[in-house]
Design a protein around this ligand. Structure first.
Ligand code: AMP
Length: 384
């Protein structure tokens, strides 16, 4: 089965094409700056630049630049974000699209471009089945004691709860760490830190806690999104800055996180550079990110009664040695000791803990697309 996996952002489209016979990657690529006159499309070593009006045009160019443009695609899998009560991996139907549309308000950066891409693919490849693998799926095993808010019970019944996201990435880390350590019964703290960031506690291959809550705006601070925040602070914000409630939510989802604190950039590399040049707000932004990660690592040591393995993944987790060093500092009480030399690695599978560390620490590059491809194949094989 040939599966195309789509990963969609508001102005980007990324894909990987797999032959599931042997899980061979046939192609990867995508488009950036969709909606502008200088969009860039890259598939393997073929590139194109020019104006792209929407995701549909981006998909056209990507299909055209495939190594074999006539390849027969059997299924399209989407790393979809929020389907409310619809979770797991499911065939994309009118009902799925309707439910995702109902959640536009609380996943504004994610659900609208996914629905647009699903419709664009359906217009171009109407016979090819689509599967949505929701980011919430892996977290369905989190007990209610960690998903329930202290709100009026009617709100809970209406679906106001912690869901958890980044499910494909944390599931990959669960599967891959069990393979690498040759043991399924592991307590893993998976730290996915990148443009979006979350920490997951994994016990015996199952998610038992995740730092994301009702929306992907929560938990750790993100590139330009707020993370955990007391909603009552808005009582102060709205009059002071003459914002409506909706405008304040927009600001928290676009001008918060690393960008908001540093005032420099939403990109960790830029913030690291500014901090190295003495920019105090940039230093503070890096420190806030580190502290938010340490907060959840500490919490999940309690959830798991210790840990066998801490994994760093995501763009920052895989690449920034300084970030990992700061997160692991002063954790020897919990048996967590980094080897500073081994920690200099970037972007590849590697153990970076000291030989006498009780907890193993690893960098494992994530592969969310492979998880979605497997889920897509499973859904179609099951005839769902
Ligand atoms: P992701 O969303 O997982 O692709 O991660 C994107 C984030 O990873 C951005 O903030 C990048 O600045 C960050 N990143 C990528 N490479 C590096 C690096 N070498 N050092 C520090 N941060 C990096």
């Amino acid at each position: 089965m040939i599966v195309l996996v789509s990963n969609i952002g508001s102005t980007s489209f990324k894909f990987r094409l797999y032959d599931m016979n042997g899980e061979r990657e046939l192609a990867r690529g995508g488009a950036e700056r969709i909606g502008s006159d200088n969009a860039a499309v890259k598939v393997g070593d073929k590139a194109w630049t020019g104006g792209l009006a929407d995701h549909g045009e981006a998909i056209d160019h990507c299909l055209r630049l495939l190594p074999d443009p006539n390849v027969k695609i059997d299924a399209i899998g989407f790393k979809a974000v929020h389907g409310g009560a619809i979770s797991g991996a499911v065939r994309v139907t009118e009902e799925v699209i309707r439910t995702m549309t109902e959640f536009f308000d609380i996943a504004p950066a994610h659900n609208p471009p996914y629905v647009a891409a699903m419709k664009a693919f359906a217009a171009r490849l109407p016979k090819v089945p689509q599967v949505a693998a929701f980011e919430t799926a892996f977290h369905q095993t989190i007990p209610a004691s960690r998903t329930t808010y202290g709100v009026p019970w009617e709100w809970t019944q209406a679906g106001v709860r912690r869901y958890g996201f980044h499910g494909a990435s944390h599931r990959y880390i669960a599967v891959r760490s069990a393979e690498l350590l040759g043991c399924k019964d592991l307590r893993v703290i998976s730290c996915h830190v990148g443009g979006s960031s979350s920490i997951c506690a994994i016990e015996g291959g199952k998610s038992v806690a995740n730092s994301f809550a009702t929306t992907p705006q929560s938990g750790l601070i993100h590139n330009n999104r707020v993370g955990d925040f007391d909603p009552y602070a808005l009582l102060k914000v709205l009059p002071a800055f003459e914002l409506t409630f909706e405008q304040a939510l927009q600001e928290m989802a676009k001008k918060g996180g690393l960008l908001g604190i540093s005032g420099v950039s939403n990109d960790h590399r830029d913030v690291e550079q500014a901090a190295a040049q003495g920019n105090e707000r940039a230093k503070l932004a890096l420190d806030v990110l580190v502290e938010s990660v340490r907060h959840y690592v500490g919490a999940y040591l309690a959830v798991l009664n210790g840990a066998d393995l801490i994994v760093f993944t995501g763009g920052i987790g895989e690449n920034s040695a300084a970030f990992r060093e700061a997160v692991c500092a002063r954790m020897d009480y919990a048996g967590i000791k980094l080897d500073l030399l081994k920690n200099k690695t970037r972007g590849k599978e590697e153990t970076i803990s000291a030989d006498d560390s009780r907890v193993r620490i690893m960098v494992i590059p994530t592969n969310e697309e492979l998880i979605v491809a497997r889920q897509t194949q499973d859904v179609l094989a099951g005839g769902n």
